[in-house]
Design a protein around this ligand. Structure first.
Ligand code: NAD
Length: 305
């Protein structure tokens, strides 16, 4: 009988799929670090989200492990080289939360256009500042999407439906049904709103820095729900402080959790959420079901081989 260990909670529907397959499933959300290393022997599959750190030591201790499943996209918490060395397959669910992240990005665009979080804060402090919160419409504006894969494309569809003109920069995409593909500098200088949906790699670290902010329109809006390191936070701070940018909205940060003393916290023209892009009921349910199905297929497929 296959033994599956789940150390970050996944949707109950996913757990059920594994139990129905006849597997022993143990949900142990408090098994992290040393405790995980002590207890992982004998398990054939490990399912995590982002909280469990699957380090080389964890992998070394996992004598029977055949597959690691990440309910979600990013694999930054898994030592992929160590897994590869031991021949352990790593699976994830890249498409499951694309709509959730795209909807958050849309919410962040609207928050910056209409100052929704700032207006909420103001009214809670007893004020009624109608003049201060003059907004702008998304309708008729140009949205530049950097990285037009799954999430970028879901955002493009939704923003197009709101009457936005869509530009995209993506060196690996040659055509797109909604977005006009342009080079990075053209996107930066032509867009009223810019939303980032590319991975963080050696090539994309600080892709958006001083030069790129200079190229942007006066009063542009930047949304980052991709990965923090894609934006140089020091340069972003300056662009917000100087008023070059109308507003930025971030779901992700160079260091997470965002340090208490981050200067970004002082700014009023910034909207921040704590990496919640994929955190929806539907997205997590899809991710849980998808990872459980993939793990079941992988283990039973190996068994039949
Ligand atoms: P995807 O692979 O479907 O799309 C990413 C796109 O970026 C691809 O089309 C790729 O060609 C493009 N790209 C790669 N390098 C580029 C570059 N240098 N410049 C421009 N484009 C480039 O991935 P996805 O599912 O759409 O996810 C996008 C990113 O969103 C992920 O890498 C992840 O970091 C982030 N994400 C964030 C959250 C969140 O909670 N905020 C959740 C899921 C994913």
């Amino acid at each position: 009988m296959f033994k599956v260990l789940i150390t970050d909670p996944i949707a109950p529907e996913g757990v059920e799929i594994l139990r129905e397959a006849g597997f022993q499933v143990d949900e142990k959300p408090d098994w992290k670090g040393e405790k995980l290393i002590e207890n992982i022997r004998g398990y054939h599959a490990l399912i995590v989200r982002s909280a469990t750190k699957v380090t080389a030591d964890v992998i070394k201790a996992a004598d029977e492990l055949r597959v690691i499943g990440r309910a979600g996209v990013g694999l930054d918490n898994i030592d992929l080289n160590a897994a590869k060395e031991r021949g352990i397959k790593v699976l994830n669910t890249p498409g499951a939360t694309a709509i959730s992240v795209a909807e958050l990005a849309l919410g962040l665009l609207l928050s910056c256009a209409r100052w929704i979080p700032q207006a909420d804060r103001s009214i809670r402090s007893g004020k009624w500042e109608k003049k201060r919160f003059k907004g702008i419409e998304l309708y008729g504006k140009t949205l530049g999407i950097i990285g037009i894969g799954r999430i970028g494309s879901e955002l493009a569809k939704r923003a197009h439906a709101l009457g936005m003109v869509i530009l995209a920069y993506d060196p690996f995409v040659k055509e797109h049904d909604i977005a006009k593909l342009v080079d990075l500098d053209e996107l930066l200088s032509e867009s009223d709103f810019i939303s980032l949906h590319l991975p963080l790699t050696e090539d994309t670290r600080h892709l958006i820095s001083t030069r790129e902010f200079e190229l942007m329109k006066e009063g542009a809006v930047l949304v980052n729900a991709a990965r923090g390191g894609v934006v140089d936070e020091d340069a972003l701070y300056k662009a917000l402080k100087s008023g070059k940018l109308r507003c930025a909205a971030l779901d992700v940060y160079e260091n997470e959790p965002l340090p208490q003393d981050s200067p970004l916290r002082e700014l009023d023209n910034i909207v921040m959420t704590p990496h919640i892009g994929a955190q929806t009921v539907e997205g997590q349910r899809r991710a849980g079901i998808e990872i459980a199905t993939k793990i079941r297929e992988y283990l039973t497929g190996q068994d039949n081989a």
